[in-house]
Ligand binder design. Structure first.
Ligand code: FES
Length: 487
């Protein structure tokens, strides 16, 4: 047996005006789960409210926030110092939340008499979507659901599950659109907290959008983007000299070559923010990295995949893969979180794909001069969850700024075609993000994604910069200080 001390967030709406944290010390056996610890607390304090049933990860009733993240109490090991909070949903009492409104939005199968059973192939297709135990962890973290009438991840998962079932008689695509299918930002929070690891964004949202597209139900603004990609190879129109128009195919570093990478620029850095990509190139040159830039590369296809418009995606993939393999490039570097996530997760590449922050951490960088500024870092969803990258940018950032303050991670609202297709939802999420940054004490927001940077800049008074721009500034400052000393 061992003794652990931990905190539970308590709230009784009948007696409390606000939630408060209470500390408990209990004895539990080695390997005890959070649920065991709660039972031990309950023995001391029978007023503690929490739900559980199966005790084995099957019923979903014990979902709660453990150390800040939704998890099942019956499967998570208890530890000294942990915090146990209710899911971020309306609280009934203590750790019990009101899940009824969300359960009501999960459509039942409507079968007709004499309906045929699904074939083996249909059963296999349905399988990844039917494991849901309705714990509502996904619902509790969904950003779109917090600012709109979006039915939420598990309701959408069920729509796709039913759309695949030959017994079902309802029009699930029309139903999903009615329940704001296009409001999902594909931030992937739902998938990352799901105890059954159901890939709702890729396996339900994007698939429902694909069927909607085949029926001509794609949002007009998304159709315009698809037409632009089809006619120009790019998802943004030309408004200035592009990055690719400004650079040669090979950019040699200063001094010794320590690494060689191909560079996939992406539509936003190419067409809208070429200077940011040029800043990155200077950082690579400074650190001995040769950069090869095939000029025939095109849009990665992300804006099309996320919005269900996949007809020309294979040809884009083919052209991009060929651009790098024809030059025998082993490592393709991206600096747009969305492109990187797409190349890593939606492509089958014969080369390794790395974000620029991964490349710099792997090769190792010369220290820039620290800039005297306090910044906060915004994790782009497609870098954090799409590529599992959070420490690499922070390590680089700590080298170039005096102080990095953290802001709780949250989607900015720009992904999944929401910024273009449903701007009011993107705006509401951006505003929440902007408020969080402004109360963080930071003087600047730094990120690694052109979509996030554009969107956040519209929703905060703070300046928003790309990490590569800051690193370049750090090197310029270092050179300036050195020159001043030599004078
Ligand atoms: Fe059933 Fe935890 S008690 S899933």
């Amino acid at each position: 047996m061992k003794e652990i001390t931990f905190t539970i967030r308590r709230f009784n709406p009948k007696t409390d005006t606000a939630p408060h944290d209470e500390e408990y010390t209990v004895e539990v056996h080695e390997g005890a789960r959070v649920l065991h610890a709660l039972h031990a607390v309950h023995a001391q304090d029978p007023g503690l409210a929490y739900r559980w049933c199966c005790g084995s990860g099957q019923c979903g009733s014990c979902a709660m926030r453990i150390d800040g993240t939704p998890a099942l109490a019956c499967l998570t090991e208890a530890h000294d110092g942990m915090t146990v909070w209710p899911l971020d949903l309306p609280v009934v009492q203590d750790l019990e939340v009101d899940v009824a409104p969300y359960l009501d939005r999960i459509s039942p199968l409507c079968s007709s008499e004499g309906a045929v059973f699904p074939t083996q192939a249909e059963i296999e297709a349905i399988k990844p979507l039917r494991e849901c135990i309705e714990c509502m962890s996904c619902v509790s973290v969904c950003p779109a659901l917090k600012v709109s009438d979006f039915a939420g991840p598990t309701a959408m998962r069920q729509e796709m599950r039913l759309a695949l079932d030959p017994r079902d008689t309802q029009d699930r695509i029309a139903e999903a659109i009615e329940h704001d299918l296009f409001n999902c930002t594909t931030c992937q929070q739902c998938w990352k907290v799901c105890p059954k690891e159901i890939q709702t964004p890729g396996k339900a949202i994007e698939k429902l959008r694909e069927i909607a597209n085949r029926r001509g139900l794609t949002l007009p603004r998304h159709q315009e983007v698809a037409e632009l990609v089809r006619t120009t190879g790019r998802s943004v129109g030309k408004t200035q000299e592009t990055f690719l128009e400004q650079v040669p195919e090979v950019i040699e570093p200063e001094g010794e070559v320590r690494a060689t990478v191909g560079f996939f620029v992406g539509c936003m850095y190419n067409g809208r923010l070429p200077q940011t990509a040029l800043d990155m190139i200077e950082v690579m040159r400074r650190n001995g990295i040769r950069v090869i830039i095939p000029h025939e590369q095109v849009c990665c296809g992300s804006p099309l995949i996320r919005t269900g418009q996949t007809a020309i995606v294979d040809s884009l993939k083919h052209q991009n893969i060929e651009a790098f393999t024809s030059r025998d490039i082993d490592i393709v570097m991206t600096m747009c979180a969305g492109c990187g996530s797409t190349l890593k997760n939606d492509y089958d590449t014969p080369f390794t794909v790395m974000d620029a922050t991964e490349v710099l951490n792997r090769v190792g960088i010369e220290d820039p001069a620290p800039l005297h500024i306090t910044v906060t870092y915004h994790d782009p969803c497609h870098l954090l969850r799409g590529q599992g990258i959070s420490e690499e940018p922070r390590k680089l950032l700590r080298k170039v700024v005096d102080r990095l303050v953290e802001t709780p991670n949250q989607c900015c609202g720009s992904g999944g075609g929401v910024r273009s297709g449903v701007p009011e939802v993107a705006g509401a999420l951006g505003q929440k993000r902007g408020e969080a940054f402004e109360s963080s004490g930071a003087e600047m927001v730094v990120s690694c994604c052109p979509f996030c940077e554009f969107h956040i800049a519209e929703n905060t008074r703070l300046p928003v910069k790309d990490l590569m721009t800051l690193l370049r500034r750090g090197y310029e400052e270092k050179d300036r200080q050195k020159a001043a000393k030599e004078e």
